[in-house]
Structure formats: C-alpha cells, structure tokens
Ligand binder design. Structure first.
Ligand code: MG
Length: 319
C-alpha cells in the first residue's frame, strides 16, 4: 500500500483484526446473557472461560474481507461474497438469514441480490479490515463499507451500523498513528456526519454515548460497573445495529486501554461476541496489536485460518 509509517500501520491493522478475534472469542460463551447474569457468575468477565478461544461468524466473515483485499488489492463485493460462501462453517453461530444468503451465493446469484432487509449488526461486526484499509479516505471508506454490508444487509440501520463501525475504526487508526488522544465529542460528530443520510435514527442513537462521555469524563472517571450500567440501561443490546454498534463505540470511548474497552464490551451482556468484536476492532486500531493482552492472544484458536493465518493475511495486504 505504500505507507510512511509502515510498522506503526501494521501494528494497528493487526490490532484491529486480532481485536475483532479476541473480542469475539471472549464474548461468545456469554452471548445472550443479561449483564447482571454475567457479573453474578464471573464478576467482571476478563478471561476466555471456555479456554479454546474459538471464533464465531464475526471473525470468519472478517477473514473473508481480508482475503478479498489480498486477492484484489482493494475491496470487491463479488469476490467477497464468494469468500463468505467458501469460508462458511454453520457451527460458527451465524444468524438464521445468513444460511439463505450463503445458499444464494452458492447458486450464483449476484452479490447485490443475495442479501436480506436485516437491520442486524452483521455488516458492522466484520468490517475492521475496511476501516483500516481505507482510513485515509473516509469517503472511499464509506462507499466500501456500504458495499460490503449490502452483500448480507440492506436495511438502512444495518448499513448505517456498518458505516459507523468502519468510520470508528478508521478514525481510531488516524488518532492512533498520530499519537493523539481521542476527543469523544469530535469522534462521535465525525461518525454522525457520515451516517445521517443513511439513517437519521442511527445518528440519534449515537447521542447517548456523547452525553455519557461528557458526564463520565468531566465529573469523574466512572468505574467499569457504572459505565456498564449506563450503557446497558440505555441500549437494548440485541443484534440490532442501532443498539449494539453505539454500545461498542462507547466501550472504546469510555475506557483508556485496549483491555478495558473489550472487557467493558463483553460485560454489557446481550450480543456479547459481536459487541466485543466491534469494540476490539476500534480499540485495536487505536492502541495497536502490542497492547492486546498476551494472555488472550495465546489462547486464540490457531488451526487452519486461525490466529497465525489472520496475522499473515494482514501482513500480505500491507506488502
Ligand atoms: Mg458471532
């Protein structure tokens, strides 16, 4: 790609991809649990309780996007649809509608006719590589984020969620590379400006994070528990993008290190693997791979298309 700070860029692209992976694996065992049930069972959940660090659909589809960027040197939705279908493993926790999408791709239906009207967070959960690849041009980032989401999700909320998440990753990478502290209000305004034309309600949904970031930083730094209660009290943390994407962005903006962002995200309850994956993608782009706790990285599954494969994909994209 030709980049002035190649090592720094590699560290953050790896951070975003592996951040998706660790957040996904950490959140998966408690998917669907309410936040208080997680707390009651684990306190603050911060280890891979099932041990094997297995990823789900979020990471599997992200791998499809990485492979597309390698093959074409840019994003291409037709190639990506094929990768989604090739990689599809039905035991990885896919949403019901994706089974039909994958079947239509297999039958040769064009990529822009296989998706459904889903308002879920599936377009957002896998989008880290697009946020990193296009971070210098937020308009190109938006266009490619929309195309990548449309393969599966056509509802405006699903598309807005993908654009919001990709923009958050891109901005986090910009801030991270320039070693600048993130100003939550500016960060959220940039995202809002890029989603309002897609879905007004989505832009409004982000506002609650803005108020929380103002109250938690100006009065006192809230404890993890207070922030969890605030986010879980405001958002229904379902797979609906308009609920879960702002929560993931909040988990990044209301914490001060990679580990806290992801721990906060998976302890919110609800769609925990995806909220963890999205918070990990943003936090990883900002803090870098070097800041992901090693205890998590070494637990990630590492067979075919596991941890080392994801690392090699990112390296290949940057060659
Ligand atoms: Mg999942």
């Amino acid at each position: 790609m030709g980049h002035p700070d190649k090592e720094q860029f590699l560290d953050r692209f790896l951070g975003s991809a592996l951040g998706t992976f660790v957040g996904d694996a950490l959140g998966e065992p408690v998917e669907g649990w309410p936040h208080r049930a997680i707390y009651g069972r684990f306190g603050l959940l911060d280890t891979m309780v099932r041990g094997e660090g297995r990823y789900t659909d979020d990471t599997q589809m992200m791998i499809g996007i990485l492979e597309t960027l390698i093959e074409k040197g840019r994003f291409d939705p037709a190639i990506c649809a094929g990768k989604f279908q090739e990689n599809f493993d039905p035991t990885r926790g896919y949403g019901r509608r994706i089974f039909g999408v994958v079947e239509r791709i297999r039958q040769g239906v064009p990529w822009n006719q296989v998706g459904t009207d889903s308002f879920g967070n599936g377009g957002a959960m896998r989008i880290a590589p697009i946020g990193c690849f296009y971070y210098r041009d937020l308009q190109a980032l938006k266009e490619n984020a929309i195309m990548s989401a449309r393969i599966t999700h056509n509802h405006p909320e699903g598309l807005a969620g993908a654009v919001a998440q990709a923009t958050a990753v891109g901005l986090a990478l910009q801030y991270g590379l320039s070693n600048e502290p993130v100003e939550p209000e500016k960060f959220l305004d940039s995202i809002t400006a890029r989603v309002t034309d897609i879905d007004k309600g989505f832009a409004e949904s982000l506002n609650a994070i803005k108020s929380m970031s103002a109250s938690f930083t100006s009065c006192h730094r809230g404890s993890m528990i207070e922030i969890i209660e605030a986010i879980a009290g405001r958002y229904r943390l379902s797979l609906r993008a308009i609920e879960s994407v702002p929560a993931a962005i909040g988990a990044f903006l209301l914490t001060t290190c990679f580990k806290d962002a992801v721990v906060l995200a998976v302890n919110l309850g609800g769609d925990t693997d995806t909220i963890g994956a999205m918070a990990g993608a943003i936090a990883g782009a900002y803090y870098g791979y070097g800041q992901i706790p090693e205890a998590w990285v070494i637990r990630l599954e590492n067979g075919a298309k596991g941890r080392d494969y994801v690392i090699s994909c990112v390296k290949e994209i940057l060659l």
